[in-house]
Design a protein around this ligand. Structure first.
Ligand SMILES: [Zn+2]
Length: 261
């Protein structure tokens, strides 16, 4: 049909967005991201980045899809829940039909101290979709040690928080929190215990994906500094601590306890 946009026009609306432009789009094509956990946050982030044309994605998750996921997790279907299909595999299959140009590397495993370095090998940014504090501290240690940017995100009920860490430039997770909550405390704080609202997940994932796009497009100056908390139900947005702590055991002292180093 004459005048109908074709595959060559796929990213035209993004390229029209002046801060990105055609150069930014070309940079995204050559970039790569690791998404740790492709549940609520991770599945939205992976879909957004795939549609945005980020060239290579690595997805890490050892969970299968279940029926409690479908109310908020992008990409998954009733058939996936019926069969308990591995999330990373189900996500990769969906992403392959969304954008043929994106290479997706599937790792059906959970990030641990002994595998996170190889998981993060060669990626330009790490995105937290883990819903797990120990994993976040592990990502933070690795990211600071390897000077790799990462974007933390978490959601329970309709409240979410997110922070982007640019090692050596911005506060890291341990500048803000000394250590993960005790396991018994974390259990009662989780979405699995107190519930979660789909739009809150999509909102935090969208912010994380936007920060990743800034980083991958080489626009670090646009990255948001500090911790951002959002409560979607009453519509409240709060800026919290964002300053680096010079005594931080991780980015100050360079002790990477969560990596076992
Ligand atoms: Zn720090």
């Amino acid at each position: 049909m004459a005048g109908r946009p074709s595959i060559a026009d796929r990213y035209v609306r993004q390229e029209q967005f002046a801060p990105l432009g055609a150069d930014g789009q070309a940079t995204l094509r050559d970039a790569s991201a690791l998404v740790i956990g492709v549940g609520g946050l991770g599945s939205w982030m992976a879909e957004i980045l795939t549609r945005a044309g980020v060239g290579r994605l690595r997805l890490a998750d050892d969970d299968g899809v279940d029926w409690t996921n479908l109310a908020r997790q992008a990409m998954y279907t009733e058939a996936d829940a019926d069969t308990g299909r591995e999330k990373a595999e189900a996500a990769a299959a969906r992403l392959a039909v969304i954008n043929r140009d994106v290479t997706v590397d599937v790792r059906c495993l959970r990030a641990r101290p002994d595998n996170i370095e190889s998981l993060a090998d060669g990626v330009d940014v790490i995105l937290d979709g883990s819903d797990d504090w120990r994993t976040r501290f592990l990502i933070n240690d690795l990211a600071v040690k390897m000077a790799r940017p990462w974007v933390w995100g978490g959601v329970v009920e309709c409240r979410g928080q997110t922070m982007t860490v640019l090692p050596g430039e911005t506060a890291c997770l341990r500048c803000v929190y000394d250590e993960p909550p005790a396991p018994e405390k974390e259990r009662v704080m989780k979405a699995a215990a107190i519930g979660v609202l789909g739009p809150a997940v999509a909102m935090i994932a969208s912010i994380q994906a936007a920060e990743a796009i800034k980083i991958l497009a080489g626009q670090r100056q646009a990255v948001r500094r500090g911790l951002w908390q959002i409560d979607l139900w009453p519509g409240e947005w709060r800026d919290l601590a964002g300053a680096r702590d010079t005594d931080c055991p991780c980015c100050g002292m360079r002790r990477f306890e969560h990596l076992g180093a």
